[in-house]
Design a protein around this ligand. Structure first.
Ligand code: ADP
Ligand code: MG
Length: 347
């Protein structure tokens, strides 16, 4: 390992960022098994299983980074930890079948608390019809860690990758974005108010939509059924975990293309619009950079436009262009500028 031979060298992980770090650590690994069709770099890995492809995705949720138990009920957290993984399986156009759940916890957690967590996990397994088939349980010095692996299946010729978008393809999204981020802002605001004065009652009335999008998201299982029924094969697909802009960047980088996004084509829920303005934030910035919406962004060949035009919940937000045209946002005001991807920086 050449890059670790100089033991005196210490590089801060911040210099690479999350995705740079993943690239750096994994670029030296080659796929040696003929059945390993897709390794690192997509929403899920793809394994050839004969008639079908198996899709595998894993995610880890860390207390204090991905969730705050001051406002995340454990039941919702359990539900969400499954949903975020299933979303990655759907983003490959596959149907999730099984999950494993591993937890590390400190002695702060009671059996009753963990029952709550597993109640949420069970509800998600019931709703999405997946089986919990295993996991691991261990202790942690501090805090709760939840790692979920989801396993799905898809017919060989239906799997959809991130790296297959072509110039001229239309960029679609399955629903509104930005609400989960604004829900988080609301919960954070109420937390700070509570910490400064525990007598203040939380003011979350009429914000069920935003708070719900943050605490209890759903994955777009329905869309995979819609694609199948309407005979639509997206040319590429990714789910929105880090934020629309960041996902568009991944898709473009992997497909070696650019994108032209219409601000007016990015769906924002009226509640999110209003709340952004209350927080003095730009609604479109929240929509593009917020994240955790778990909608699907996919591209289609323009000849398939008729197949999506009349489907509910599909919005066309732009077009794939040659890489040399860059990744641009056409604002409602008529300006064109570079789309910036802030995403989430956990380091
Ligand atoms: P997503 O946001 O869709 O869950 P990530 O951004 O977490 O995807 O991961 C991007 C890709 O990098 C995936 O293929 C994932 O499996 C891979 N990956 C992430 N972390 C590691 C790691 N520590 N070692 C190997 N592969 C990793
Ligand atoms: Mg993903």
């Amino acid at each position: 390992m050449a890059n670790t031979s100089d033991r005196s060298k210490r590089t801060d992980v911040n210099t690479l960022g999350e995705f740079g770090l993943i690239d750096h650590l994994t670029s030296g690994f080659e796929l040696r098994q003929p059945s390993s069709i897709k390794g690192v770099g997509d929403d899920g890995a793809v394994i050839d299983n004969g008639n079908m492809m198996t899709v595998v995705s894993t995610d880890m949720l860390v207390e204090g980074i991905h969730f705050d138990l001051m406002y995340s009920p454990l039941k919702h957290l359990g539900y969400k930890s499954i949903v975020v993984n299933l979303s990655d399986i759907y983003a490959m156009n596959a149907i999730p079948k099984q999950v494993t759940v591993s937890i590390a916890l400190s002695n702060r957690f009671s059996v009753e608390a963990l029952e709550e967590l597993y109640d949420g996990i069970k509800r998600a397994c019931d709703y999405y019809k997946v089986d919990l088939i295993g996991g691991d349980t261990t202790s942690s010095p501090k805090g709760l860690y939840i790692s979920v692996t989801a396993i799905g299946q898809v017919e060989k010729d239906r799997v959809v990758y991130r790296n297959t978008a072509k110039a001229g393809d239309l960029i679609c999204i399955t629903g509104n974005v930005g609400a989960a981020y604004l829900g988080l802002q609301l919960l954070e605001r109420e937390k700070q108010l509570y910490l400064s004065n525990p007598d203040i009652k939380p003011d979350l009335e009429e914000q069920d939509f935003l708070v719900g999008r943050q605490l209890k998201p759903e994955a777009r299982k329905d869309m995979i059924d819609v694609f199948k029924k309407s005979g639509l094969q997206p040319t590429s697909m990714i789910d929105v975990s880090d934020g629309v802009a960041s996902e568009i960047f991944h898709l473009c980088k992997q497909s070696k293309v650019g994108a032209f996004i219409e601000e007016s084509g990015v769906p924002i829920h009226p509640d999110a619009q209003m709340m952004a303005l209350k927080f003095q934030l730009d609604p479109i910035t929240c929509a593009l950079n917020g994240g955790e919406d778990y909608e699907l962004i996919f591209t289609i060949d323009p000849k398939d436009l008729d197949k999506v035009k009349y489907l509910p919940d599909i919005y066309i937000m732009g077009e794939i262009v040659p890489a040399s045209d860059g990744i641009k946002l056409h604002t409602k005001g008529g300006n064109i500028h570079d789309l910036s991807a802030q995403g989430w920086k956990h380091f």
